[in-house]
Design a protein around this ligand. Sequence first.
Ligand SMILES: C[S@@+](CC[C@H](N)C(=O)[O-])C[C@H]1O[C@@H](n2cnc3c(N)ncnc32)[C@H](O)[C@@H]1O
Length: 267
Amino acid sequence: MRHPASEPTPGSSGYDAELRRHNPVLHRACGVQLHEHVLDIGCGRGQTTRQAARTARAGSALGVDISAPAIERAREHARAEGLDNVTFERANAQSHDFPPGCFDLAMSRFGTMFFDDPVAAFANIGRALRPTGRLVMMVWQPAERNEWDVAIQQALAGPDGQVAAAPAGPDPFSLGDPRTVTQILGVAGFADIAFTDVDEPVYYGPDVAAALDWVGGFTSTSNVLKRLDPAAASRAVGRLRETLAAHASDDGVWFDSRAWLVTARRP
Ligand SMILES: C[S@@+](CC[C@H](N)C(=O)[O-])C[C@H]1O[C@@H](n2cnc3c(N)ncnc32)[C@H](O)[C@@H]1O
């Protein structure tokens, strides 16, 4: 894998740090303009929403997320930065009653893969866009193309390849297949649907201990560990630590990943 050299230390931790190489790609693709009104879907703690608001200085940015704690954090960050053209709302983007035809851009950084009914969700998002408004979202390619997922699953499974059955949860790879996504967006009313391969690594922390802490907090990891007896869980954590150590360098712990940048337009 490539080791991204000489980057500034991430100013933030957690997901913003993990995606420090993806974020500029998404930001460029969004091409936010001074007067635009931007909707950020599944905005989490709002890094991308705040970035959009800083560019759309004569416009606005609204971040929505289904998680109340995430929205609280997003509001705190925006207050701390003194941004007055950004708002955050707790909402299910699939069904929320957005003002129709209001937004120039609907964007998302890995926040659109978890809808119960993706066609209904993207149709709802489409109605919030003005005619010719654009959708720009980053989603994971299939799991097998994502070294981070393959390596973590292998480490958790161990030599016999058995992963403790975890409950089926939200699938971060649900929009990995371009044919499926094209169909979903087409039925939802979008046109000019296009995919760009994003081949950037994810960052898990400055050292193995930090990376283990971060990866151990993934729902997919903790769901597996919870189902193992204490001795098996301890062996699995040991294998995970070895895997992370094998990806550690002077620049921190990095894994290859593959995402799609999906763009589309409301006709
Ligand atoms: C992987 S996180 C990405 C967060 C954020 N976009 C970022 O890059 O920091 C996915 C986010 O989508 C949110 N989410 C999931 N389903 C949602 C829905 N139906 N409506 C709004 N937000 C949703 C989750 O709460 C979570 O914050």
